[in-house]
Ligand binder design. Sequence first.
Ligand SMILES: *[C@@H]1O[C@H](CO)[C@@H](O)[C@H](O)[C@H]1NC(C)=O
Ligand SMILES: *[C@@H]1O[C@H](CO)[C@@H](O)[C@H](O)[C@H]1NC(C)=O
Length: 781
Amino acid sequence: MSRQMGLLLFFSVLLLSSVFAQISYSIPEEMSKGSLVGNIAQDLGLDIKRFVSGKAKIYTRSSEEYIELNRDRGVLLVKERIDREALCTETELCALDFQIILENPMEFFTVTIQITDINDNAPTFEKGEMVFKISESVITGAKFVLHRAVDHDAGMNGVQNYELKPTDNFSLKLKSTADGHTNVQMVLQKPLDREKQEQINLVLTAVDGGEPQMSGTVQIVITVLDANDNAPVFTQQTYKAIVTENSAKGTVVATVTASDADDASNSKIHYSITNTQGNFRRIFDINTENGEVYLIGNIDFEKNKHFQIQIGANDDGGLTDSCKMIVEVQDVNDNKPEINIMSKSNVISEDAELNTVVTIINIEDLDSGENGNVKCFVNENIPFILKSSTSNFYSLVTDSELDRERASEYNITVSCSDEGVPSLSSSVTLTLQISDVNDNAPVFDRSLYEAYIVENNTPGLSIFTVKATDADWNQNARVSYILEDSSVNGVPVSSYVSVSADSGVIHAVRSLDYEQIKDFKFRVKAQDGGSPPLSSNVTVKILIQDQNDNPPQVLYPVQTGGSVVAEMVPRSADVGYLVTKVVAVDVDSGQNAWLSYKLQKATVTDKDAVKQRLTVIVEDNGQPSRSATVIVNVAVADSFPEVLSEFTDSPHDKEYNDTLTFYLVLALAVVSFLFITCLVGIISVKIYRWRQSRILYHSKLPVIPYYPPRYSDTLGTGTLQHVYNYEVCRTTDSRKSDCKFGTAASQNVLVMDPSSTGTMQRKQSDKNILDQPDSPIEDIG
Ligand SMILES: *[C@@H]1O[C@H](CO)[C@@H](O)[C@H](O)[C@H]1NC(C)=O
Ligand SMILES: *[C@@H]1O[C@H](CO)[C@@H](O)[C@H](O)[C@H]1NC(C)=O
C-alpha cells in the first residue's frame, strides 16, 4: 500500500510542478478514518506556517466531506469512510475533486483524489433461487436463460465467470453482448426423465476476478414436468382364470393390472376388452378403472369351454398395452342325461324269443367328465333288461318269456343318471303291449258237471249252463261250445240235449222219464277261435229227478174183475195171526215209492161173520201222493167147504168164487208157464252164445219178466224202462234253436197187459237190454 501511495505522490508532484494548481492523490476506498491521504503542504511546496497563517481550508461543492485538512501538520486525512461503489457506482474512474484555499495571499489549489477500487463486493444474484419447470420431453440443446449475478466492484473485481453444478443434464453457455454484459444460459445436454428424477437442483456460482476472489451462488430448482412418454404395461402378458359355469352375473373372474410410469393423467389407465369377434362382449366386461373382469352374461360350459379375452390398457395420452386372459370354464353338472328313443316297438308278441330287441335308445349328456358319465337301468321285476351296446346306445331286450295272460302291458321305465355330484337323472316310460298268441285252451269251470232235471220236463227246457273261459284275448278267447257225439242207450245224445254254441246253455231236447232213464253222460267241447283253435272237453252228467207220476200198484192180493180170493182165517186164530200180506209196488223212486198201507175199514162189524171185506189203501209218499185201493176178502172158517159155502151163499157169490178160483188157477198156470219158458229161453240163449260165440247174431228177447224196481230183489234182472212216444223238439244244428217236431228215433212201445197188473211186456227194437251197460239197474237196498 505504501509503495502504491509513493507512486501516486510522485505523480502528483510532477503534476504540481507543471500545472501548479493541480495535485492528485490516489487512495483505495474503504481507508479507515484519520488515514493519511497525502502531505499536501509538502507536495505543494508550502511551509506549514503558511498553511496556518493562510488559514488553509478545503472547499468542495458536495455536501459530504470525506477528506479533512490538518493545517498544523499540512496533511490530508480521511474524514469519512469512502465507498467507491457508493460514490461512483460502476464508473471505472472514481475521484474526489476539491480545492484548498489559502488566504493572505489568496491562493487555491485543485486537489483530485482518485479512489481506487478494492474487491469488497461479492457477486450476488437477485433472488435466492431460480425456479424452472421443464417438460421431460424437451429436446437436447434447449436453452434456458439464467439471471446474471451482480458485483458492485469494478473491473476485475466484477463478475468474471460462472459455474454450474452438477453438470449431468445441463451445461452453461456464456455469451457476451455488445454492451459488455454477459448472457448466462443453461443448455440441455441430456434428456430429462421425470420418471427417474422429478426435480433437479443445480447451483450456479458466479465468481469475480478480485484478489481474493469472491463468489455468489444461486439455487436453480428444476421441476421436470411429465410427458406421456411411458405406455401402460401389464403385469403379465397372459392371465389365467377359472370360472365355473352358471356363475352369477357380476362374478369377478380375474383382475388385470397395468402400470404407467408417467404422472397424473398420463398415468391414468383405462382398461377395455378389445376382442372384436365372438360373443365375449356379451359375456365379459371389464371395469375400465380397476381392471376387474366380470361376468355380464351366462357362462355355459357346453357352449364354450374356454375364452381368450384380449384386454387393452391405454393412458390418457393414448399409449396402450395389451394382454390376454385365458378363462377356463369349469363344468357344472347342469345337464340332465337326455334319453332319445331311436326306434321302438309298441307291441311284441308273447311268443317272442329271448333277446328280442324292443327299443333302442341313445343317451346324451352335455356335461363332461363324471358329470357326463351316464348309467341307465330299467325297473325291476320285468322280463326286460337294458343292454349297453356301444357307448351311449342301449337296447331294451326281452330277458325271459312273456305271457300276455300274466301281464298284457308293461310300463318300462328307463332311468338314466350321471355321476355328477349331485347326480342328475331323467327317465322315460315306454308302454309295451304284449300281443296275444293262442296258447291257452278254454278251461271249464269244473272238471265234471252234474245237473238235475225233473222228469216230464217240457222239451226245450234249459237245464243249466256250462262255462269255459279262455285266458287268451279276443278271437283267441272266443269260446264255442260243441256237443260231442255219443249215444245214450243207443240213441245219439243230440236227441236228448243240445248245447248253445255261444252261451253254453244246455237244453233238453225231449221230455225225460225218470222211470226210463235215470241219468246219462255226454261231453261238451269248448273250442276257442284261434288259429289253430285249442279246445278242451268236459263230462256232463245229467241226473233225472223223479216225479210222483206213478200210483202204487198192488201185486197181491191179485185184483181181478170177477173172481174173489179170500184169505182163510181159522176161528181159533189168536190175536196177531197173520191173515195175509198186501204187496204193492210203485215204479217211482224214493219218497214217491215209499208206500204206506192203511186199512180203510178198521172195525169189523160182524164179528162172527165168515166173510169179511177189508179195504186197504196203499199210498205213496209223493207230493201229491198217489194211492191205490185193494180189497181183501177174509174168510173166517175152519174148513174150505165152509168157506165155499159161505162164499157161495148167494148164486152171485158162488159164481164169483168159481170165476175167482178159475182165474187163480189160470194165473198160477200162466205164471208158472212164463217162468219156465223164460228159464228155458235164457238157458238156451246162453248155451247158444257159448257155442257160437263167433257168429254175430242178435237175438231178440221176446219176453222178459218185469219186476218193479222196489220189488225184484232176487234176480236182479233190472227194471224195464217205460218208453213212450213223444213229440220231441230238437234242433238240427246245435247252434240254432229252431225246433223240429217229429217222432222219436227209437220205436219203443210199451205194451200194457190189461189183464195183468203186475206184468209188462217190452219190445226192444234194436238192442238187447242186457248188453246196455248204462242201463240203470238198481237193487233194492
Ligand atoms: C301303465 O301306465 C299307464 C298310464 O300311466 C296306466 O294306465 C297303466 O295302468 C300302467 N300299466 C301297468 C301295467 O302298470
Ligand atoms: C277230452 O279231454 C281229454 C282230456 O281232458 C282228452 O284226453 C280227450 O281226448 C278229449 N276228448 C275229445 C273227444 O276231445
